[in-house]
Ligand binder design. Structure first.
Ligand SMILES: C[S@@+](CC[C@H](N)C(=O)[O-])C[C@H]1O[C@@H](n2cnc3c(N)ncnc32)[C@H](O)[C@@H]1O
Ligand code: SF4
Length: 441
C-alpha cells in the first residue's frame, strides 16, 4: 500500500500493476477505532444468521518470511498457543451468546500457519467450533492452511477426520535459492516430505500457493516451479505476485513490475495449457468451478475469531488492530489474551459500510473474478444499474481492459493482469485516504 492510489485511469495504466491485492474491500488498513464500543449483539441483530462463514485465525508460524505482512508471530513462547486458544474459546462463547441461532455453512482455518499447532491444540480448535459455536465441520466445506515444515501425516489425518476437505499448502517456490531470496527459509526436504504425506491423504481439494517476482527468479526457474506444482496434480493453484510491504524487510529492485508481469504471463499460460481455468488474477483451478473465498463472502455474514480475524456484517466490518512488526503483533496478542469475558462482548475497531461502500464491495470483488459481474445480480441486489452507479467502468471498456454487454461486465486478459491496480482505482475516496494514512507498525 505504499504506492499512492491513482483515481485517474490513465495514471493507473501508466503506474504499477501492483498497487494492492483487493481480496477484501475495504482492507484492514482502512479500519479505525469505532466512536464507541458496540455490543456484538447489536452488530448482529439485524443480520441473517442462517448461512454464516466461520473463520478461525491462528497467528503463529515456524518462521517469519521476509515478505509476509500477515498478522502472525514466529516461534512463540511455548505456552502462548495454549493461552491463545483459551482466549479464543472465550471469544467464541461471547459470539455464541450474541447470536440468536447461528448456522455455519462454511468454515476456514487460516493464519499464520494453523498446522503450527500441536495435535491437541488443533483438536481443541474443532472442539471449540463444535461445542461453543454449534458448527458441524463434518457436514460443511472446511478449508485449512498449512506450511510444509509443520505438516505431518498425523495432523493431516486429524484434519481430515474433523471434516477439513480443502487443504492449502504454501510452497512459494520449489527452488531453494528463489525461496531463500524471497525471505522464506524453506528446506526442500520439508517440501517433498509434505507433498508425500499430502498425496496419501484424502482431501477433495488441494491448493498450492506459489509466489513470483523474487530477485533471483528467472523465467526458467519460475516455470520449473509451476511445472512441479502441476505435476503434483492439485485441484487449485494460486499464483501470488510478490509484494513487499512496509516493515517486511525486503527491498525493491529495478524493473520489478516488468519482471512480475512477464512471470505472471508465463505461469498463467502454462496453467491454461495444462487444462487449468483462470478464476481470477491469482486463482487457477481444474474441474468444476470452485467459489473463491472472497466471492463467497459477498452475501454471507462472516464470524472471524482470533486476533487477526475479520468479521463482516452487511454494514460493519471489524477486527482487532492490525500490525506487522513482531513487537506490535506480540503486544496485540498479549492484550487479546488478557481481555476479560465482558470485553469480548464488544466490537471496538472496524469500518462502517454505507450504501455506496456496500455497492463498491460487490462491484470490486465480482469484477476481479474472471467470470465478472452479472448485471442482473447487481440490479436484484441494489435495484440500480451498476453503470449508473459507476459510469467510470465504461472507461475500462474503452481501454480494452473490460468487455461490457447487457448481461455482464468482465475483465479482459489485460484487465485481469491489472486487477491489483483496477481494484484500488475503484476504492472510495474515504477508503483511499484511510489506507494511505495508515500508520504501519
Ligand atoms: C497464510 S499463508 C499460507 C500458509 C503458510 N503460512 C505458508 O506460508 O506456507 C498465505 C499465502 O499468502 C501468500 N503471501 C503472503 N504474503 C505475501 C506477499 N507479501 N507477497 C505475495 N504473496 C504473499 C503466500 O503465497 C502464502 O502461502
Ligand atoms: S508466509 Fe506463511 S509461514 Fe511465512 S510468515 Fe507468512 S504466514 Fe507465516
Amino acid at each position: 500500500m505504499t504506492t499512492a492510489i491513482a483515481h485517474d485511469l490513465d495514471r493507473v495504466l501508466k503506474g504499477s500493476p501492483y498497487v494492492a491485492y483487493s481480496y477484501a474491500y475495504p482492507h484492514k488498513t482502512a479500519y479505525r477505532a469505532l466512536p464507541e464500543p458496540l455490543p456484538l449483539k447489536d452488530a448482529w441483530q439485524e443480520e441473517r444468521q442462517d448461512s454464516l462463514f466461520l473463520y478461525l485465525h491462528v497467528p503463529f508460524c515456524e518462521y517469519r518470511c521476509g515478505f509476509c505482512n500477515l498478522f502472525t508471530l514466529s516461534q512463540p513462547e511455548e505456552s502462548l498457543p495454549r493461552r491463545y486458544l483459551e482466549a479464543l474459546a472465550r471469544e467464541a462463547a461471547a459470539n455464541r451468546a450474541a447470536l440468536e441461532q447461528p448456522r455455519f455453512t462454511r468454515m476456514a482455518i487460516g493464519g499464520g500457519t494453523p498446522t503450527f499447532l500441536s495435535m491437541d491444540e488443533l483438536d481443541e480448535l474443532f472442539r471449540l467450533a463444535e461445542n461453543l459455536l454449534g458448527a458441524a465441520p463434518r457436514e460443511i466445506s472446511v478449508s485449512c492452511e498449512a506450511s510444509p515444515a509443520t505438516l505431518t501425516a498425523e495432523k493431516l489425518a486429524l484434519l481430515r477426520e474433523r471434516g477439513v476437505d480443502r487443504l492449502s499448502l504454501g510452497i512459494q517456490s520449489f527452488n531453494p535459492r528463489d525461496a531463500h531470496a524471497m525471505g522464506r527459509p524453506q528446506a526442500s526436504r520439508d517440501v517433498q516430505r509434505a507433498l508425500t504425506v499430502l498425496r496419501d491423504a484424502d482431501f477433495a481439494t488441494i491448493n498450492l500457493d506459489l509466489i513470483y517476482g523474487g530477485s533471483t527468479q528467472t523465467r526458467a526457474s519460475w516455470l520449473a516451479t509451476v511445472d512441479e506444482a502441476i505435476a503434483f496434480g492439485p485441484q487449485e493453484v494460486y499464483l501470488y505476485p510478490l509484494y513487499v510491504r512496509p516493515l517486511t524487510g525486503l527491498a525493491r529492485f529495478a524493473s520489478w513490475d516488468d519482471q512480475r508481469l512477464a512471470l505472471y504471463r508465463a505461469g498463467r499460460d502454462r496453467l491454461l495449457e495444462k487444462g487449468y481455468q483462470q478464476r481470477s488474477m491469482r486463482m487457477f483451478s481444474r474441474g468444476s468451478p470452485v467459489e473463491g473465498p472472497a466471492y463467497c463472502c459477498q452475501d454471507d455474514g462472516m464470524i472471524g475469531l482470533g486476533c487477526g480475524a475479520r468479521s463482516y456484517t452487511r454494514s460493519l466490518h471489524y477486527s482487532r488492530e492490525y500490525a506487522v512488526r513482531s513487537g506490535s503483533v506480540a503486544g496485540i496478542l498479549a492484550s487479546y489474551i488478557g481481555r476479560s469475558d465482558r470485553e469480548f462482548e464488544y466490537v471496538e475497531h472496524g469500518f462502517e459500510l454505507n450504501a455506496d461502500e456496500r455497492r463498491r464491495r460487490v462491484l470490486i470483488l465480482s469484477l476481479l473474478q474472471a467470470s465478472g459481474l452479472e448485471r442482473a445480480h447487481y440490479r436484484r441486489r441494489f435495484r440500480r444499474d451498476v453503470l449508473d452507479d459507476f459510469p467510470q467502468l465504461l472507461r475500462l471498456a474503452e481501454r480494452g481492459l473490460a468487455e461490457i454487454d447487457c448481461r455482464r461486465l468482465q475483465l479482459t486478459a489485460s484487465g485481469l493482469e491489472r486487477s491489483d491496480a483496477i481494484g484500488p482505482w475503484l476504492y472510495s475516496a474515504a477508503v483511499r485516504r484511510r489506507t494511505e494514512e495508515f500508520q504501519w507498525r
